[in-house]
Design a protein around this ligand. Structure first.
Ligand code: SF4
Length: 178
């Protein structure tokens, strides 16, 4: 294969990879010291009530298959090595979403003897989602903002999700007894 056709082939492959990444980002969830409140909201985001999988966002078990690391909690001394290992195992390009006030600033755990502090002290964060815990709407909004900035083809600047995100009205299914 000559250089021109090799370049053409690489461009097509890169375009396809970007298209797939933007339309179906695979995420891994990591709790680096959270009280579990934020993790429950992430589960609510993934499970049928909000069901982000219908939009192509898929939870992955292995960091080697993930594009996005969704992390909760402050970084504790116990979780530090594992967090770095998970981040390093993810293929490039990779993105980090910090969920909850503790991941953003250490929150209520800041200053604790076993806590290093916010996530940004250890790995680079692309999206900050405040709240204790943030609602699923805020988490979805954060992911959408990240994907929008990737669509523009640039390295995303740090994004902070505003405090007030409108609630998504989810219709309750009737059980037939009414
Ligand atoms: S932000 Fe609130 S809910 Fe989330 S880990 Fe911290 S204390 Fe828990």
């Amino acid at each position: 294969m000559n250089t021109d056709s090799e370049n053409f082939y690489n461009q097509i492959v890169n375009k396809l990879k970007n298209w797939a990444r933007i339309n179906s980002p695979w995420a891994i969830h990591f709790n680096s010291g959270s009280c579990n409140g934020c993790d429950i909201e992430i589960l609510a985001t993934l499970t049928p009530r909000y069901d982000v999988e219908r939009l192509g966002i898929k939870l992955q078990g292995s960091p080697r298959h993930a594009d996005v690391l969704i992390a909760t909690g402050p970084v504790t001394l116990q979780a530090l090595d594992r967090l770095i290992r998970v981040y390093e195992q993810m293929p490039d390009p990779k993105f980090v979403i910090a969920v909850g006030s503790c991941a953003l600033s250490g929150g209520v755990f800041d200053g604790c003897y076993s806590v290093i502090g916010d996530l940004n002290k250890v790995i680079p964060v692309n999206v900050y989602i405040p709240g204790c815990p943030p609602r699923p709407e805020a988490i979805i909004f954060g992911v959408v903002q990240l994907l929008e900035s990737l669509k523009k083809g640039k390295n995303p600047q740090p994004i902070t999700v505003p405090d007030e995100i409108p609630e998504i009205a989810v219709e309750e299914e009737s059980n037939g007894n009414e």
